[in-house]
Design a protein. Structure first.
Length: 592
């Protein structure tokens, strides 16, 4: 197999011959944009060839001007790497970075499942027929599950260490055996596989310290913006499923490697990983055909916690590291929702609490220690900037806040030039346009002549839009996407309230999870009508609660058991079967 080099300024990437340029970039954390599955439809994965550019394809002639084509601009999804190339990716540099959010501290007792113990294995007696493994188990006082590579290490470890041995195990699963008394570090990796964003946390399992955190766009984005399009892509066959798996596993390894090198540790020190995500993302991570989720009766292939080894999953950490895939509830309610409940402790609350996880899927949970209801609202990816013409995940370069009066002011994650707009910025922008009368209650653009910003309303009819910044335009279609997302969530909230037989005023707290929740402004939510107004003062932004739950599961073995308990307790409400859903959905398509 031949390899070529892609040069991006100082950075060099080694790529297999024939690899799709877009896949090569995204799997290494460089996200040029695009959400059409690499089909040349969205025209957003733009890169510039600084060396000889390949002949343009029909899709490129459609999306790029003659001047752009002559200047070397191409669509990354349209070309394969057939030689060394030198390119410029406009979003490269600061496009992939740490998520702009604080990590909530872990304040409970540290009871990690990963432990290190020094065992004195008594001298062998001539009588009896105990194996070395049985002797080890007797010294440890518990049944141990080992593996072939570990069994191969055991005789030498016992011999060299004079029958004293250092064992690292996660629960009863042995990760390593070393001769003598040693103190190898215990590190953990918590992974949240979101449809749009992949987040990971590196933890010191002995102190609970977060040694690093990072997030990148999910490398599967070029295969589709939402779970349905990823399932359709996976259905194309084994090769497609393999590509999806490779992309996401590559993304996790990219993040793990980056976090380890920043923390100056060896990735082999990572002995335990916990993974959360929606059911489709977890199926794809494990290379399991997600088709059963996409067709009636919409069931996942498995539901309970999976306990795997890193080498099986493909994670480049300690090969024998234990990987817990947290449990799913149903085909659409996944380990990410279970993990959010765990992080917010909603399952222990006395009074009912509402939890909204507004990622690419919108999950709504309502419950307390007695009962938990959950639904997945077909909100689409608007709250994560998906399917929005100028949208992007809440990574660096995204406009996260917008203020509109006589002029437009905005804040960009990480500072610098905006590359697009994320969910919180989108909600702020739309709320501001409604307030200023530039959008009417039905979601149509208006051009009131006297308003100083009227000149920013461009185009006409269906093609109207609001010019935020050069090349960042909010279109009429974008506004519709947000209306659909908001109406689906609001209808879901109302249906869960009526199933729980309570009024909004009886809700104690509203947890808003996801990067959107961290950066959103309650007044903007009120303006678009995402939640009943009386709930707004009770909102608590909890950041990436799914990632937080995954961290808790690394630091407390009891949390792993609790996750299973939560998954069994959650009752799923299927919105499409609810008689009042359509009525409520249509009612909330209007703003306010
Ligand atoms: S045109 Fe390349 S990803 Fe859409």
């Amino acid at each position: 197999m031949r390899y070529f080099t892609i040069s991006l300024g100082e950075r060099k990437i080694r790529v297999r011959e024939g690899e799709k340029l877009l896949d090569a970039l995204v799997s290494r954390g460089i996200w040029p944009g695009g959400d059409c599955g690499g089909r040349g439809i969205c025209g957003r994965c733009r890169v510039r060839f600084l060396t000889a550019s390949p002949p343009p394809t029909a899709a490129e002639r459609h999306h790029l001007s003659q001047g752009e084509l002559e200047g070397g601009w191409r669509l990354a999804c349209q070309h394969r790497v057939e030689g060394d190339i030198d390119i410029y990716v406009p979003t490269f540099g600061e496009s992939i970075g740490e998520k702009v959010e604080a990590v909530p501290a872990y304040t409970s007792t540290l009871r990690p499942a990963a432990v290190r113990e020094v065992l004195e294995v008594p001298p062998r007696s001539r009588e009896g027929q105990r194996s070395q493994l049985e002797e080890l188990e007797a010294a440890s006082g518990k049944a141990l599950e080992t593996s072939l590579p570990l069994l191969r290490e055991l005789p030498a470890a016992l011999r060299t260490g004079s029958r004293r041995i250092t064992v690292i195990r996660v629960g009863g699963r042995v990760v390593s055996v070393r001769p003598g008394r040693e103190k190898p570090a215990l590190r953990g990796l918590a992974v949240d596989v979101g449809t749009s964003t992949l987040a990971a946390y590196l933890l010191d399992l002995e102190t609970g310290e977060v040694m690093g955190k990072g997030a990148i766009a999910n490398p599967q984005l070029p295969f589709g913006a939402d779970v349905i399009s990823r399932i359709s892509f996976a259905r194309q066959g084994k090769d497609a499923l393999y590509r999806l798996r490779e992309a996401v596993v590559g993304g996790v390894n990219h993040l793990a490697g980056k976090l380890a090198s920043k923390a100056r540790i060896d990735p082999q020190e990572i002995v335990h990983a916990t993974v959360v995500g929606n059911p489709t993302m977890l199926h794809l991570l494990l290379g399991i055909d997600p088709s059963p989720i996409g067709e009636s009766p919409f069931v996942p292939v498995w539901r309970t916690t999976l306990v795997l080894r890193a080498k099986e999953v493909g994670f480049k950490v300690h090969p024998e590291a234990v990987v817990h895939i947290l449990p799913l509830v149903s085909g659409y309610i996944g380990a990410d929702t279970v993990s959010c409940v765990l992080a917010c402790n909603l399952h222990q609350e006395e009074k009912p609490c509402l939890l909204l996880d507004l990622g690419t899927n919108g999950e709504v949970v309502l419950g307390n220690r007695e009962r938990i209801l959950a639904c997945s609202a077909a909100a689409g990816p608007a709250f994560e900037g998906g399917r929005i013409s100028c949208g992007m995940p809440a990574l660096e370069g995204a406009i996260s806040h917008v203020e509109i009066d006589d002029e437009v002011r905005y804040r960009v994650n990480g500072g610098g030039t905006p590359r697009g707009i994320c969910g919180s910025g989108l909600v702020d922008l739309v709320a501001g346009l409604i307030r200023e009368g530039l959008l009417d209650r039905t979601g149509r653009f208006r051009r009131p002549g006297a308003h100083p910003l009227a000149s920013r309303i461009v185009g006409s009819g269906k093609d109207m839009g609001f010019l935020v910044e050069e090349e960042i335009v909010l279109t009429q279609k974008d506004v519709r996407e947000l209306q659909l997302a908001k109406a689906a969530i609001r209808a879901g909230v109302e249906i869960l309230l009526s199933r729980f037989a309570i009024e909004p005023k009886e809700i104690e707290k509203v947890y808003l999870a996801g990067s959107f929740g961290t950066q959103m402004r309650p007044e903007s939510l009120a303006m678009i009508g995402l939640l009943p107004e009386e709930l707004l003062p009770r909102i608590r932004a909890v950041g990436n609660a799914a990632g937080t739950g995954a961290r808790f599961a690394l630091l407390d073995r009891m949390a792993l058991e609790e996750a299973e308990h939560i998954a069994n307790k959650v009752e799923c409400v299927e919105l499409s079967r609810e008689k009042t859903f359509t009525e409520k959905f249509v009612e909330h398509m209007r703003w306010g």
